[in-house]
Design a protein around this ligand. Sequence first.
Ligand SMILES: Cc1cc2nc3c(=O)[nH]c(=O)nc-3n(C[C@H](O)[C@H](O)[C@H](O)COP(=O)(O)O)c2cc1C
Length: 226
Amino acid sequence: MMNNDLSTAFTELVTRRRSVRGFLPTAVEQPLLERVFELAQRSPSNCNTQPWQVYVASGEVVEALRRQLPEAMMSGHMELDFPFDGVYQGEYKCRQHDAAAQLYQAMGIERGDKAGRGEAFMRNFHFFGAPHVAFLFLHQDFAMREAADLGMYAQNLMLSLSAHGLASCPMTALSFHSGIVRAALDVPDDYKLLFGIALGYEDEQCAANRCRVGRAPLSEAVHFRR
Ligand SMILES: Cc1cc2nc3c(=O)[nH]c(=O)nc-3n(C[C@H](O)[C@H](O)[C@H](O)COP(=O)(O)O)c2cc1C
């Protein structure tokens, strides 16, 4: 492929990927899943340690979790391996609010509709109907650098999914009940859950999928110095 074609293909791929919050129940064929995950293995990492450990829940395993996680959430139970240490302030807080407002608007949920927002939030724990969920774990000896490696892996995985006609949603909500997930997937106790990625075929009729959030201008993020 010529460089121009590659750049066009990359631009299309990066633009096409977005968080999808409504999936068809159709399972993805195992050979296609393996091809997609193979490409994500190409991700860079500190000293090529490849610290990601990925457990992909499908079939009965994903259905059991789809029952267990909403129940756990409703009962008020939470068990995060990585606490919420970060604080969103200033423009970061504004962006968070804007993204939520755009999602609720796409779903036709009014600003004051607390029940509607609550229901929309609970859809996280049903994986937005996705037939597969990848759970991303790090060994407990690792720290922030390796978490960054996991982030790069996740982005490559999501781009790989997009390139193969599949959709995804990265989800911190799926780390709220790490003990339940570890037990369901038979993960050793010394592996800690950072987040999950729901994946499958997009349900194009789902209202939530009309949401397209924008990005801040380059000048707010990238600082060229000469
Ligand atoms: C690590 C990570 C965790 C996220 N967790 C959630 C989540 O729990 N639920 C959700 O609906 N979206 C979640 N998102 C999706 C973000 O809201 C989304 O990436 C952001 O609004 C930008 O939109 P886009 O992905 O459609 O470009 C998460 C994204 C990332 C990268």
